[in-house]
Every structure is written in structure tokens, then in C-alpha cells.
Design a protein around this ligand. Sequence first.
Ligand SMILES: [Zn+2]
Length: 302
Amino acid sequence: MTERLINYEHNTLLITLDSCRYDTFELAHTPNIDKIGEAVPAMTNGNFTLPAHTSIFSGFLPKSDDKNPDSFYTANGVQLWRLNSSKNREGQIGVPLSGRSILEGYRNLGYKIRGFGGTQFFYDDHQILRADFKEGEFQHFGAIYGHEGGTNEDRHPSVLPFSHIDEIAESVKNTKKWFLFINSHETHSPYNVKILEDPELQELVKYSSKFRNGKTDPEMKYDYNNGGYRLHALQVEALEFVDEGLGDLLDKISHDIPILTVITGDHGEAFGENGLWGHIINKPKVLEVPLLINPQYLHKNN
Ligand SMILES: [Zn+2]
């Protein structure tokens, strides 16, 4: 028999930090995320946005090897969300859901579904990852690139999802039960949350874009220790920007019931290790992501 572990009323917040490596979490100063919980290293089920989110929306989060017995969601074989379309399994499940995705599952439970972000996989209704959002449930905030890697103008901070806190908070205002999803573009290439003025950084972004996503880099002009670490530092800064926005968002949304909060990376990123850049590569830094789950976060306004 299936035992449902989460029997209390809750709202749900799911944030995917696009391309965010686990070690970015270790380097960043994130006081607001720290109040929610501690991220553990986990392995993603997809090395780029599409398969990683398909997996997450199907209830298969990145899998942590943390064996903390107090964390039911990371204990071996215990799932936070499980769809009835998945193979029946006896045992403990956080929230059993009916439907073809966790979005449909929560909608079937009477939740208002809202999604924001992010990468181009969420750009419009023609995208597979938008399939389980109904009309009006998703708003795209993110850069639209005319070419690989984009430009400073494409990536102006004003287009990023965490620059739209008021709209996001408004979307679930006066709502009894809500499921809020944000695909954060901030941590995705080109990683900047402010206009890049430094010509060397501009050159690094351009260089890494040229060899991104599995292309071999015959030039090896840069690697992690020679330049790549500066892109990693941009991702750290981006995560800190997200943390600040998240604090603001949490102050603005309702807290009459606990928030089941999940913050994770969809996949990681290579910053020049062994001449590799970007993702869509099965390498440790691309597969290792942060995973933070607090099944009943209670936010206290500052
Ligand atoms: Zn992604």
C-alpha cells in the first residue's frame, strides 16, 4: 500500500536554476535560500534543459546520494512526487499525484498553476516543456537569443525572471492553493545579471559560446584555471541575485499554509574543464546539481 507522507495543506514552489552546478551553491552567499534549507549534491536525469525538466515534471527529481535518514525525500527509493501513471510501487511517497505531470497532478487537486522563466525551451506554447501548462498559466521571462550565446542586449537584467518579482507574487495573490514554478535564466549562459562591461569577460563569454555543448575546443586558448573560473564567478553572482529576489518574493507571497519548496539545478555546466564548455555533455560538473527540499517551509517576513 502507498503511504502518503505529506498530508498537510501546502503551497508548492519549484525553482530550477538553469545550468547551476552544485559547487556554485558552495561558493555563493545565499542567506535567503539558507533559511529554507541546505542543498545537497544530486545527479540530474538529463544533461540539458529538455530531458531534465521532463524528468522533474514527471516526478523524478535529481537523485541525491545523501543518506540522511531524517530526509525522507532523499532516503533510498522514496519519492517526493509520484504520478499514478508511473509503475505502481508500494511504500512511502511524499505526494501521490494523478495525471501525466506533477503540474496536472496539482491542478487536479485544485491548485492554481503558474510558471515563469526562462530558457528558450519555455519560450512559447509550441515548446514541449509548455505542454502541461494551460493557456495563461505560463509567462516567459528570459533572454531570446538571435544567435548562440546571445548579446548583452538580449541579456539585459530586466528580462530575467527574478527581475519580475511583483508580477510573480501577484500571480498567486489571494489564491488558496498554488503551485509556482520558476525556471531561472539567471544562472544560464552567459551568466551575467548585469551588463558585462569588461572586454575580457565579453571575450570569454564569446569564446565559451563558440565551443559550448559538446563541441571540442581545438584552440584550448582558455580552460577553467585560465579564464573559465571567471565565468563560474559570474554564475555565483547570478545565484546571489536569485537569492536576493527570492527573499523579496517570499516576503510578498502568502504564508497561511506551509510551502513545499524545491530548489534544484536542471543540469550543471562545464567552465573549461578539459577544454569543455556548457552542457549536453555527460561529465561530472554537468551532471552534479544542487537539490534542496523543504517539505514545509514557513517563511517569516523580515
Ligand atoms: Zn537547462
